[in-house]
Design a protein around this ligand. Structure first.
Ligand code: DGY
Length: 432
């Protein structure tokens, strides 16, 4: 039943060459959404999966950068839109598409590997992969060349919108160090979704302020590294990069004449994993954490991002066990669905507000495969069952309350409804 509905949602949100994440709230193409959406399509319409990816890559910049939003149309239901972001300030921006000048987690590498896994016609999908894989490689090259100023193997994000976990309490301390002006602007998101479930006005001031600084310097990476008040090495973002590196190595091995690229990927990979394990792990918390590169310190909070290194095979088996203990202890109480996006035992936890507590299906999907990889089958199964149960209970929402008791009275999820990646990844979990 829910599989049929999921397929309907994806087809409904399909625009002919890409898919919107959600009608009204998100009317363009988003980078990491597109990747997860393609995994869903791969189970029933591989042509759409391929088109989703090639459309996104068509908007790639000359320097390999893949932007976080591609503005395919002139919708005025979203703020800030193309005219605000002004990607054309950057000399290497796409001339064909307007976009933002920031990126999002680099999912496309591992998504290609997923398309290969799911496809019943390996020869056909490999032919497709061969036409796009170098573009994905170039986007990784962009990160290592421009986002790793100390040559550590960890790349930075310069905006919370790059993290994907937009309003995580993780960023609150950084925003406090900024003297952001109060801007006058008209929010559009709160016309679609209850404001209690979205970031605050003051948070949007900070988001715009970081953006203004980047624009003032024409999105120049070196200037941003020097001047952005927000500069973070994010465990979710870097886990996804490392997972995608690994997928590119495996896929290049199935194709011919790519030894040089394979060698380069392996070099990045070795350094990235090593530094990740040293710099982004906190023994006391028993979890991976974010590193604030601007203020040179770890951000000592646990979020669902703390566990995503499992998905990329980053921790040793021993450390994976430590992560699982932390996950069970802080997030896994019997009164909760897995997995809250922020530490439920922290006072900043908010179970209804976007990335400050609610459950997101894309993170659950990564946790499911990560836990399985390390042999934590029971916990993996719980994450999968919780995801499916939530969707069965309330529908294909953008995010969900982790507290079980609220569903006695509650028949809705939070944020947008008929949300594409929720539909896509539920199909994958059901078919897996
Ligand atoms: C939003 O508008 O909230 C998006 O998540 C930004 O990418």
């Amino acid at each position: 039943m829910i599989r049929k509905k999921a397929i309907e949602i994806l087809n409904e949100n399909w625009q002919g060459n890409f898919t919107i994440p959600c009608d009204g709230l998100y009317p363009f193409q988003w980078k990491w959404d597109s990747g997860f959406i393609a995994i869903g399509f791969a189970h029933f319409d591989m042509d759409k999966a391929k088109k989703e990816i090639s459309t996104l890559l068509d908007a790639q910049w000359e320097n390999g950068f893949i932007p976080h939003i591609v503005f395919h149309n002139e919708s005025d239901t979203y703020f800030p839109g193309a005219d605000y972001h002004q990607s054309n300030l950057h000399p290497k921006a796409s001339k064909k598409y307007k976009s933002t000048g920031m990126t999002q987690p680099p999912v496309i590498g591992f998504v290609l590997k997923e398309l290969y896994r799911i496809s019943k016609d390996k020869k056909d999908i490999l032919q497709f992969i061969e036409t796009v894989i170098d573009k994905v490689y170039d986007s990784h090259n962009y990160f290592y060349e421009n986002r790793d100023p100390y040559n550590e193997g960890l790349v930075y994000i310069y905006h919370n919108w790059e993290s994907g976990t937009d309003n995580s309490p993780m960023w609150d301390g950084i925003f406090k160090t900024m003297d952001s002006p109060e801007y006058n602007f008209e929010r559009r998101d709160t016309a679609h979704v209850d404001a209690a479930q979205r970031p605050s006005k003051r948070e949007y001031d900070h988001y715009l302020y970081i953006l203004e600084i980047a624009k003032e310097h024409n999105y120049d990476d070196q200037k941003i590294a020097e001047l952005s008040p927000f500069l973070v090495q994010d465990p979710l973002f870097n886990s996804i990069l490392i997972k995608s590196n690994q997928s590119l190595i495996e896929l290049y091995n199935l194709l011919v004449n790519n030894q040089e690229k394979i060698n380069q990927l392996k070099e990045w990979q070795a350094k990235s994993i090593e530094t990740f394990n040293i710099k982004l792990f906190d023994e006391e918390l028993g979890a991976y954490v974010h590193y604030d590169l601007r203020h040179d310190k770890q951000l000592k909070y646990i979020s669902s991002s703390s566990f995503t290194p499992l998905f990329a095979g980053i921790p040793s088996q021993e450390r994976a066990q430590i992560l699982v203990n932390t996950l069970n202890e802080k997030f896994g109480g019997k009164d909760k669905y897995l997995c809250a996006s922020f530490d439920p035992t922290d006072e900043q936890f908010n179970p209804v507000k976007y990335w400050r507590g609610p459950i997101w299906i894309n993170i659950n999907w990564m946790l499911y495969y990560g836990l399985k990889k390390y042999g934590f089958n029971e916990l993996a199964l719980r994450v999968k069952k919780d995801s499916i149960e939530l969707v069965e209970k309330v529908g294909f929402y953008e995010y969900f309350d982790p507290r079980k008791d609220v569903y006695k009275n509650r028949t809705l999820g939070y944020g947008g409804n008929n949300f594409s990646w929720t539909a896509a990844l539920i199909i994958d979990l059901l078919d897996e």
